[in-house]
Write a protein that binds this ligand. Structure first.
Ligand SMILES: Cc1cc2nc3c(=O)[nH]c(=O)nc-3n(C[C@H](O)[C@H](O)[C@H](O)COP(=O)(O)O)c2cc1C
Length: 221
């Protein structure tokens, strides 16, 4: 698979089959992803891979919290600015409309939206997941490094015929994740990433992108 094909075929997949993801494939992907760039080669990512019993246990504990309508854990970072200005606000609401629309859920049906969002904590059915942490001392450039690393992982997963969904949603149940992983105190959970083979029977719209001239400026003379 060439790089363009990997980039264009990667998308946030929100329905996976239970087909096993071999450990050697994950090792191959994560070994190659380690070659992602980072400022001064800090490699500020800390990754835990979960499959089998431990992942099932995490999903079970998350399910209990969702059912109990447990409040989310206090935040260690803000997912978005408190007020999203234009054009980000419109892009977010277009995403919500499209995503929930493709599931047949109306804008005002908050219950159904919450039920759909709860699939996050089942990893959308995926049999494998990784959890990516960053040292709390790290600054914005290192968070960007982690983003580059995660995209590298996602593209390599495509080369293996796998799909993924990166999920900040896991950060709201970070204490439950920590019960299973026991990460050192100095680490912050940035996100989870569900990994597996796509369940093609699950429909979801392809998220659109802004036209090139909204996000890119060529300065030629
Ligand atoms: C850092 C990050 C966090 C995300 N968190 C979630 C999440 O919690 N749940 C989810 O379903 N998708 C999540 N996504 C997927 C985005 O919604 C998705 O990437 C975006 O809508 C663009 O769609 P595409 O990836 O399918 O092209 C996340 C993506 C990124 C990069």
């Amino acid at each position: 698979m060439d790089v363009y094909e990997a980039v264009m075929s990667r998308r946030a997949v929100r329905g996976f089959t239970n087909q096993h993801v071999p450990r050697e494939v994950l090792e191959r992907v994560l070994s190659a992803a380690a070659w992602a760039p980072s400022g001064s080669n800090l490699q500020p990512w800390h990754v835990y891979v979960l499959t089998g019993g431990p992942l099932a246990e995490l999903k079970k504990r998350a399910r209990v919290r969702v059912a109990a309508r447990d409040p989310w854990d206090e935040r260690e970072y803000e997912m978005y600015p408190p007020t999203l200005k234009s054009p980000y606000r419109e892009r977010r609401s277009a995403f919500g409309e499209q995503h929930y629309g493709s599931l047949g859920i109306a804008r005002e049906d908050v219950e159904a939206r919450q039920r759909a969002a709860a699939a996050n904590w089942d990893c959308y059915g995926a049999p494998a997941a990784l959890f990516c942490y960053i040292d709390r001392d790290m600054g914005l450039p290192q968070w960007a490094d982690v983003g580059m690393y995660l995209q590298t992982v996602m593209l390599l997963l495509r080369a293996e015929g796998l799909h993924s969904c990166t999920q900040m949603a896991w950060s709201v149940y970070r204490k439950t994740v920590a019960e299973i992983l026991s990460p050192p105190e100095e680490l912050i959970l940035f996100c989870g990433m569900s990994i597996g083979f796509e369940d093609v029977t699950v429909s979801d719209a392809r998220a659109a992108r802004a036209p090139l001239d909204e996000t890119v400026t060529f300065v030629e003379r």
